[in-house]
Each structure stands twice: as structure tokens, then as C-alpha cells.
Design a protein around this ligand. Structure first.
Ligand code: NAP
Length: 294
């Protein structure tokens, strides 16, 4: 299918960390219609259907969600209502207007018992309410649609000056303290929001629907290893990182020991869409927090 700037792409959760980077990137090729909870609460099936019937998008990129994993554990009803049923509402509306749906899911749907990164051919076994709800969201697309992409991302980083997640927290703490403890027993795949957005845009041009892992390459690293790279790239020299166990930082929701992914489906198709995570992280940190920027 050929695409042009005339094609409409409706994005849900557009004000979030990923949406803020994805919308301008998709706007290079499509007519982007950004929506967030104010314009279209995905929990409201009627509002979702009405919006899609008015806009008639060719593609819906569904990013909206309850993304605080610990909040999801404390408020499971909200996690299932937004992440599972909200995704069902979007899928049903896509079915009605015959839009292609793209859903960003998570590698946290696996139980973490594997010793190496997960592929699309591994069996999900989510352990927290957040990840169960996200996985149920995936099943909604499979139940109701034929033309969809499920894209499982790793630990996202991005957002620039608005970043409130891991990279921003580590830089803030490392600049204030001479020592910092970081867990070294949880493994994941850093995923740059801009690289993911470009990768998704290339993927949807293939028309090869399905489920894909999409993380920066070379990824199977601990939070501690990522933190080491962050302070190296930000040139913070007077903070010593100390590896520690996640038991020292108890959290409401269980995290899998291993939630790294491997872009196996893409690789089997001969598509290498994602650069090494160190390269992406270096560029991001230097651009946003380099000594000349700070
Ligand atoms: N962050 C990660 O590391 C990661 C990893 C893998 C997958 N993902 C998935 O990627 C997607 C984007 O993540 P993100 O980090 O960009 O999340 P985010 O920054 O929390 O953005 C999510 C956006 O959705 C909005 N939203 C929440 N409830 C909504 C509702 N009922 N209706 C419409 N919009 C609603 C949020 O608004 P409020 O801010 O007002 O709540 C926010 O603007 C999510 O689906 C997430 O599950 C994220």
C-alpha cells in the first residue's frame, strides 16, 4: 500500500513521553492527529468510536495507557480499564472504520525466568497487573483485527527537557551525590523513543502485520550498566555508582529479572531498524544533558 502525507494517522496518548517524539516524526510522512485524554479518553468506547468516525484515520497509533507500573499494582481496576479495555475500545473502533492499528506493548509481559533476551516466539506470562493488562490489550487486537502491528518496546528513554524517567533521575541524583546505588540484578533493553518512532514508521510501510519486538540493538543490560553509561556520557566524574540488589528498593509491582528483548522477527525479515543502545543513549544524553547544555 502506498502512503502519502494525505493519509491520516491518529495517535492516542500523544502528550506522553513516546507520543511527544513520535508525532513530529510521523508528521514528516503523514497527517498526524494527536489526541490525549482531554480529547479522547480511551476508556469511553462511545467517544473513541465517534472520534474515529469523524477523523477516518488510515492508521491509529495507540500509545495511551496507565504506564506507572506500581500504580497499576495498587489500582488494578484502573490498569485493566485503561490498558486492556481502553485498547479494546480502540481496536473495535479501528475495526469499524477499517483503520490499521499499531499498539505499543511491553517486554514486561514475560515472566523473566529466561536467561537471555525474549523473542516473539516465547510465551508471555505476565506477573504484574500492569503487564497483564498490557498483554490483554494485545489479545484485543488479535481478537478484533486482521491489520495490526503489536510493537513491544523495552525500557523507553527520551523526552528531552521534559524527561522524568530513568535517565533524568540518574543525572539529577548523580549531580547531587558522591555515591549512588543502582540495581544490577534486573535486565532490560533500552529503547530510544525517537529510534522506536522511526522504526515503527518503517515497519508500517511493509504491510507485514504482526507482533514485533523493537528495542535498540545489543540490549541485555542491567540498570547499573545503563547508569554507568549515562554518567559517562553526561561527563559526571564525581559520583561513584554502587551496584546493589533490587531487594534494597522494594516496589509495589514485581519486575521480571529479565525483560530484555531481541528483534528476532525483524531480523528474520532482514530488517535492521534499530542502532546499538549505547549510540542512541550517548546521542540523547549529550544533546540534552551534555556539559555544554547543562
Ligand atoms: N515507558 C516505558 O518504558 C514503556 C515501555 C514499554 C511500553 N510502553 C508503552 O508505550 C506507551 C507510551 O508510553 P509512555 O512512556 O509514552 O507513557 P506516558 O508518558 O505515560 O504517556 C501516556 C499518555 O497516555 C495518556 N493517558 C492516560 N490515560 C489515558 C486515557 N484513559 N485516555 C487517553 N489518554 C490517556 C497519559 O496522560 P496522563 O499523563 O495525563 O496520564 C499520557 O499522556 C504506553 O502504552 C506504554 O505502556 C512504555
Amino acid at each position: 500500500m502506498s502512503r502519502s502525507s494525505e493519509q491520516k494517522v491518529l495517535v492516542t496518548g500523544a502528550k506522553g513521553m513516546l507520543g511527544a517524539d513520535l508525532c513530529p516524526i510521523f508528521a514528516e510522512k503523514y497527517q498526524v492527529i494527536p489526541t490525549d485524554i482531554e480529547e479522547m479518553d480511551v476508556q469511553d468506547a462511545g467517544s473513541v468510536l465517534q472520534t474515529l468516525e469523524e477523523v477516518r484515520p488510515a492508521i491509529v497509533v495507540h500509545l495511551a495507557g496507565l504506564t506507572d507500573v506500581d500504580q497499576g499494582e495498587r489500582e488494578p481496576d484502573a490498569a485493566y480499564r485503561i490498558n486492556a479495555l481502553g485498547t479494546k475500545n480502540v481496536a473495535l473502533a479501528c475495526q469499524r472504520v477499517e483503520a490499521i492499528m499499531v499498539y505499543v506493548s511491553t517486554l514486561a509481559i514475560f515472566d523473566g525466568t529466561k536467561c537471555e533476551p525474549y523473542t516473539e516466539f516465547d510465551q508471555p506470562n505476565p506477573q504484574s497487573h500492569y503487564s497483564r493488562a498490557k498483554y490483554q490489550g494485545e489479545l484485543m487486537l488479535r481478537d478484533f483485527l486482521q491489520r495490526y502491528y503489536i510493537v513491544r518496546a523495552g525500557w523507553l528513554f527520551g523526552g528531552g527537557q521534559q524527561d522524568k524517567k530513568f535517565v533524568a533521575k540518574i543525572i539529577d541524583l548523580a549531580r547531587k551525590h558522591s555515591e549512588l546505588k543502582v540495581v544490577d540484578d534486573k535486565f532490560g533493553s533500552p529503547t530510544h523513543t525517537k529510534d522506536l518512532s522511526h522504526g515503527m514508521m518503517k515497519l508500517i510501510q511493509t504491510d507485514l502485520y504482526g507482533t514485533y519486538h523493537m528495542v535498540n540493538s545489543g540490549a541485555n543490560c542491567s540498570r547499573y550498566e545503563i547508569a554507568q553509561k549515562i554518567i559517562e556520557y553526561a561527563q559526571i566524574k564525581d559520583c561513584r555508582l554502587i551496584p546493589c540488589s533490587s531487594a534494597e528498593f522494594p516496589l509495589a509491582a514485581p519486575r521480571p529479572r529479565m525483560e530484555a528483548g531481541y528483534n528476532y522477527h525483524l531480523q528474520l525479515m532482514g530488517l535492521r531498524l534499530m542502532r546499538p543502545w549505547q549510540q542512541a543513549l550517548k546521542e540523547y544524553v549529550e544533546t540534552v544533558w551534555g556539559p555544554e547544555v547543562a
